[in-house]
Ligand binder design. Structure first.
Ligand SMILES: Cc1cc2nc3c(=O)[nH]c(=O)nc-3n(C[C@H](O)[C@H](O)[C@H](O)COP(=O)(O)OP(=O)(O)OC[C@H]3O[C@@H](n4cnc5c(N)ncnc54)[C@H](O)[C@@H]3O)c2cc1C
Length: 360
């Protein structure tokens, strides 16, 4: 008989006042983007990375997390911890025992070194980053979190695995700033990735500043990948601004010839256009803010002709928060798209930095 693949596992017994209520809240939350099964005191949550068996033990929640490798396990532990800390009435003490112990380097972290920097367009700069063991970054999602040292040339100080499964960050000024970016290209054999940075007007912000000042040899941390794969569909709608161009490029490159892609991209001006290649039937329009002002993505969405011949559809959007909200409302309420037929994400938010852009 063939050997069973090894599962990486960890367990936490988390004391709390009402484990039954918290378990229900946890299951409701995960049923929005994962699979939840079981009944009574025992539930199984499939997170997309791995699984968590959750048991209401009366005085505590017992969670057994499992994944096919160290990264998958770390993501399950992280997802459980982040949601429990939000959903419990009092923040519970979470201590995982098992594989991948506290204090160890994060298995999904790589230290990267800037290899090249080139201008793609006047407002987009491409950095090639070099690092070891990048195979994990070629699949399982397009996105990474860059950990940007607060000063150029600053000695690297990276987070480690915390006992609750979340990263334990260095204190004070040693803590790097985290910003999410898309891997425009991944070449594990060459040990490099490309990231395209928008040089937006707030160029003293951590991400845009790092991109504009980076020189070969500069160090940056990288965690990931995340975001998962998009479901297959016959007809795909892609909406985004410059920040979503790297993701749209990768999605288009992976579509088969039989698919139709309707793509609307808002850019600052004509000089920001980029060549896009796909095997799919492509209906592409660039929407220039210089000519028409902002908010064109939402207008363009109202003008889309949706297929009415039974083809499967998927709509995807990545853009500023206000546009994201209007687009998601239209897709859900006006078009009635189901959960597995659309994905809209706020890539950034005017007046909000980093992850605050996505808090609703
Ligand atoms: C899944 C995902 C993938 C992403 N991929 C990319 C990518 O490949 N390339 C990329 O450039 N960005 C990408 N982004 C967006 C990027 O994370 C944000 O733009 C981020 O805010 C940039 O960090 P910052 O330090 O420059 O600005 P922050 O410190 O985060 O923000 C400070 C202020 O700058 C302004 N600001 C931020 N971003 C922009 C912008 N794009 N245009 C105008 N003003 C802005 C806002 O007013 C904000 O209040 C992605 C975001 C997500 C969620």
């Amino acid at each position: 008989m063939a050997d069973m693949p090894r599962l990486f596992k960890a367990t936490a017994e988390i004391a709390m006042a009402s484990p039954d209520k918290v378990m229900l809240r946890l299951c409701t939350r995960f049923s929005e983007f994962g699979e939840v099964s079981g009944h009574g005191r025992c539930r199984r949550i499939e997170t997309g990375f791995g699984a968590a068996d959750v048991e209401d033990c009366g005085h505590c929640l017992r969670i057994c997390a499992a994944g096919s490798d160290e990264v998958a396990l770390a993501y399950v532990k992280l997802a459980m911890a982040e949601h429990l800390l939000k959903l419990a009435d009092e923040p519970p003490a979470i201590v995982w025992r098992g594989d991948s112990m506290a204090g160890a380097p994060l298995p999904y972290f790589r230290e990267m070194r800037v290899k090249r920097a080139v201008a793609v367009t006047p407002r987009m700069r491409r950095l090639t980053l070099a690092g070891d063991d990048l195979h994990r970054f070629a699949s399982g999602g397009y996105h990474v979190r860059l950990l940007i040292p607060r000063r150029r040339g600053m000695a690297s100080c990276w987070p480690v695995m915390g006992e609750d499964g979340r990263p334990l960050w260095p204190a004070g000024k040693d803590r790097p700033d985290a910003r999410i970016y898309t891997l425009r290209r991944v070449d594990p054999a060459a040990g490099e990735v490309d990231i395209d940075f928008v040089l937006h007007d707030h160029d003293r912000t951590p991400g845009a500043r790092f991109a504009s000042e980076a020189r070969p040899g500069d160090i940056v941390g990288m965690t990931g990948p995340g975001g998962g794969a998009l479901p297959k569909a016959d007809w795909v709608l892609l909406l985004g601004d410059e920040t979503a161009l790297p993701a749209i490029s990768r999605i288009l490159a992976e579509l088969p010839a039989a698919a139709t892609a309707v793509v609307r991209i808002e850019i600052a001006g004509e000089a920001e256009r980029q060549p896009l290649s796909t095997a799919a039937q492509l209906d592409l329009r660039w929407l220039c803010r210089a000519a028409h002002g902002p908010g064109r993505l939402v207008d363009a969405l109202g003008e889309i002709e949706w297929p009415e011949d039974g083809r499967s559809v998927f709509a995807w959007a990545g853009c500023e928060f206000e546009d994201f909200r209007a687009i998601r409302r239209h897709l859900r309420d006006d078009r009635g798209l189901k959960r597995d037929e659309h994905l809209a994400v706020a890539y950034w938010r005017r007046g909000f930095a980093g992850d605050d852009a996505r808090e609703e």
